[in-house]
Design a protein around this ligand. Structure first.
Ligand code: 0WD
Ligand code: CA
Length: 383
């Protein structure tokens, strides 16, 4: 679309000579038709066990168990004595995704162009490889007023790898978390335990240990405008109730939230929380979000199912609310900005994109720095 391209170059991304230096995040620039976003297709999955070991299978997939209509789940149970917490100071970057790629090359590599072509041409059929969580941050950027981000991008054999770098503010936040905040982080995982069984048709084991090293991740491919994307995201559980639904259509995202008791809370829920929930589940095509509403004492007293595809209708009546089209158009144009800026194809080079609320996106370039994130084991295997 030529018209849209011209708009890119003259408004949202400001040019100096031939390369844009900054990208604007102002919402009005992205109030356009909803961009093409292909139905995400699951092309694989992997599991991380209780010791964070990688498995190229679905052993950590759990199964959704519907809650009774008036549950009384105590989210504080087990916090002291049945909680094993992942070490968040260990930065895993893209490592597990890269490991999945190496073990599933046939699913992600371009078909050789001609018979007898050089066996060493190991190009992926994707423009971008990243975590779903990083894309969620990009989608919500036009509406974010508190936290900035740093995204490291390396171009390697034609594919842009995007890996987050923790900001100073986020590190301080993580290290200074209050005891209550620390416990509330546990509550989300505890809710998962009340809602999931290890086997299809099984029962939840609320007396077990919560170990946040364990994860099941889906790997999906999709396309946003002309950007071919490969990303992975953690999936809470599968609904075996509708056996015809294939992944990601059978997946359910679990969330907890404070009970909504007044119009102010209702408005905040629609304007801020649903934005994050929608972005996270829309990206991989997870169709349902089951929310557990808790009171201040940490008891879930009701659950509610939200259809990801109906959230945009739910928020329409709300004043000054977010718009999915702004999120998706901003993401598409940020990815275009990356493609224009990142030209050195070198695993040792990182383009560090940074953004702070009320500012433009800008970037800096670093060779052989602390920001390099593609491990040698990956680079050597792919060359
Ligand atoms: O910054 C990230 N998102 C990173 C994720 C950095 C490095 C690694 N990972 C990996 C982990 O292997 C994890 O298993 O990604 C997986 C989750 O990634 P995602 O799905 O892309 O992340 P996101 O959508 O932000 O979070 C999904 C769930 C969270 O559930 P809620 O309901 O709270 O959104 O994954 C968990 C959390 O339970 N989670 C994480 N797990 C491990 N490492 C992380 C993290 N850094 N962040 C969220
Ligand atoms: Ca969740």
């Amino acid at each position: 679309n030529k018209k849209r391209h011209r708009a890119d170059d003259t408004s949202s991304a400001r040019m100096t000579a031939s390369q844009p230096q900054v990208l604007s995040v102002q919402r009005y620039l992205y109030e356009k038709d909803f961009p093409l976003y292909k139905q995400p297709i699951e092309i694989g999955f992997f599991s991380l066990d209780s010791q964070r070991r990688f498995y190229n299978d679905d052993r950590q997939l759990r199964y959704y168990v519907e809650a009774e209509s008036s549950p009384n789940f105590n989210l504080r149970d087990g916090y002291r004595d049945r909680y094993i917490k992942r070490d968040e100071s260990i930065k895993e970057k893209l490592d597990h995704m890269l490991q999945w790629i190496l073990e599933n090359r046939g699913k992600v590599e371009m078909a050789p162009k001609v018979e007898g072509a050089s066996a060493s041409s190991r190009h992926l059929k994707f423009d971008f490889v990243t975590w779903r969580g990083h894309l969620t941050k990009i989608l919500t950027t036009p509406y974010e007023t508190h936290e900035g981000w740093l995204l490291a991008v390396t171009l390697f054999q034609g594919t842009h790898y995007i890996s987050e770098v923790e900001t100073e503010a986020a590190r301080r936040e993580r290290e200074d978390r209050s005891a209550r905040h620390e416990e509330m982080t546990y509550w989300g995982y505890k809710f998962e335990q009340y809602m999931c069984a290890d086997e299809p048709g099984g029962r939840p084991d609320s007396g077990g240990t919560v170990n946040t090293n364990e994860a099941y991740c889906t790997v999906v491919q999709t396309r946003l405008t002309d950007h071919h994307l490969l990303f992975s995201g953690e999936v809470d559980c599968k609904d075996n109730g509708s056996p015809l639904k294939t992944a990601p259509g059978c997946y359910i995202e679990l969330k907890t939230s404070l009970e909504i008791c007044n119009p102010k809370q209702q408005s905040n829920f629609l304007r801020f929380k649903l934005l994050k929930w929608w972005a996270q589940s829309f990206l991989p095509g997870v169709p349902r979000i089951v929310a557990g509403f808790r009171n201040n004492s940490g008891y879930v007293v009701s659950t509610q199912t939200y259809e990801t595809g109906k959230i945009s209708q739910m928020i329409k009546a709300e004043q000054n609310c977010w718009r999915p089209t702004v999120c998706m158009n901003f993401c598409a144009e940020f990815l275009s900005f990356i493609k224009k800026v990142v030209i050195l194809d070198d695993p040792r080079v990182v383009y560090l994109f940074s953004w702070d609320p009320f500012k433009d996106v800008c970037y800096s370039v670093h060779r052989d720095s602390e920001y390099s994130f593609l491990p040698n084991w990956y680079v050597e295997e792919m060359r």
